[in-house]
Design a protein around this ligand. Sequence first.
Ligand code: BDP
Length: 721
Amino acid sequence: MKYIIKAFFKLSILLFLVSWPASAQKDYKLWLQYEKKTSSQIISGYISNIKGIVVLENTETSKIATNELQTALSDMLGSKIQVTVKTEENNTIILGSKSVLSPEIEKVIGSDFDLINDEGFIIKTVSVKNKNHIIITGKKDIGVLYGVYSFLRLIQMNKPVKNLRIVDAPKTNIRILNHWDNLDRTVERGYAGFSLWNWQKLPGFIDQRYIDYARANASIGINGTVLTNVNANALILTPQYLEKVEALASVFRPYGIKVYLTARFSAPIEIGGLKTADPKEADVANWWKNKAKEIYNRIPDFGGFLVKANSEGQPGPQNYGRDHVDGANMLADAVAPFGGVIMWRAFVYSEHDANDRAKQAYAEFVPYDGKFKDNVIVQVKNGAIDFQPREPFHPMFGAMPKTPLMMEFQITQEYLGFSTHLVFLPKLFQEVLEADTYQKGKGTTVSKVIDGSFTKTKLTGIAGVSNVGNDLNWTGHPFAQVNWYGFGRLAWNPNLDSEVIADEWLRCTFSNDENFINPIKKMMIESREAAVNYMTPLGLHHIMDTGHHYGPGPWVSNLSRPEWNPVYYHKADKNGIGFDRSKTGTNATAQYAPEVEKLFDNVETCPEKDLLWFHHLSWDYKLKNGQTLWNGMALKYQEGVNQVKNMQNIWNKTEKYVDEERFKEVQMLLEIQYKEAKWWRDACLLYFQQYSGKELPAGVEKPSQSLDYFKSLKFPFAPGN
Ligand code: BDP
């Protein structure tokens, strides 16, 4: 008996140890789960017909494509798929780029090649010499790799792989993650652990994570990564670090990913021993030229530099009486001989400028339209302030027709509940991309500005500030993975619907069961509006607490720069609330095309979701639903809280569709989100109530604590700060 109990005990420990990694792996595997299919799924998906993989080329990239296809198919089919080089067999998948296809196959692909660029792919069911095949091809091997991921996505989603003709290519050239990672491995605004880059062990130690990171990015078409923080450290440009960067670049290369670095403008002084970093000084320009040469010697396909200059205390050309054009063009000359680009950020606002902060980037940059070198692209945040839960699109997108502009989205949730709140960001991204700038008449959407449809610019791009860290599940929250996924999919195709993204991701990450997909998709789609409602409804913005940006802080008014204080943005007083950016105020609306200006300027036509962004209104102002502004605002805060409660109810019903670990993780996180939604509601309403002097309307729960209590909360070790 004793022996049996002991054995049972040992067995339970063993089972525990075995089961832990298996479920944890699900989190780690992201949207590349490749779950085994049932026999009916295999039959209805026509994958049982696939008899082997034929590989026509032998590059590093094509080896990755083959391996991915073989492993994934074998896992999903439950039996090993063979790889051969014999094209004469029936029912195979043939992988190969245009140059290695046989004339017969090239002929059946025909003019489809004209429809794609160098990164595009074609997936086509063909019959050649009475044999059936699925061809996955592209102009280059990277296209084949992207094609493989797209093909596998179909199978993951139980879409039949019969009679296929998919022709797809990315609409932007630079699809890039910006890591705000410091050399000590802390991550500015990072909520998923420490930086992936283990600088101390590089270049000798190649963490498997680097490979898995590259694979995840390639699977969604991301083709660039900026390894370092925009608040840059010049040391990254020293040989000691460049050797490490080179090692990472070699890992990423076969996945089609180029490495970029942030350039600290004062690097010539800090690591170059020069007395100045003046871009007009020949010594300085030469220093950068030599630095570029040194980097390209190591990394021939180095992407280029991302630069934050003269912004929030970072050095830049203005320190020497020069301007952004001088700075960007000097760096552009340094990397141009090697095909590099400069991504110059437009996130600027000055403590010496008393003007509305929302107007400053436009005022500073629009006069430079057409003055940057061809290999410069100006990187603009989606809104004019700073990644708030909702911002109207940045007016610069409608105002620089002669300059390539790239979008900067924030995937990490600095202002959207860190990695604790479930907020589906593709919905936010889509809202911005679809916005009409009217730059060249109706239909000049932001997406068309950045994909170069109108300007025919050669350089196009979308950047996303990464939410990835060394947490086991990469992003801290299982559902934050979709924000990385969705960013990649939108960078590839800025016109993609966010609902399609949610659908794809859920099927590949969790389950194809409609009973799971339908409610959870709805929950995701609504989650962004829920966050806006419980944080910053009706156009409110920048009312978070200081420094760490965790939780509400509408009362903050003591910071040295006026535009750092929440009171600067909400302007609540006895007469009302909101920032008057209309003609009667700062006239920021005039930075938009006349059609948009008119819309925002007139309080009657201004969308209510942006109301307090553009207008200061009395507490009794009547909203479209007949409520007063005060009541309407309070009800919005309550609605946000109710939406989170509803998200919890929906999630609690999914236990049988989800593995235990992820089910519990999301359940716990939603509980925290619910508490924090109430915290936002109570703190903001109590604070604003001091000015409105009005009771909370029926339907809004009474606050659980006093305003003083909320003001007293301190978070000295909040992450990411
Ligand atoms: C703000 C962040 C700050 C960044 C800055 C930027 O709070 O940490 O350095 O943006 O984008 O959102 O440069």
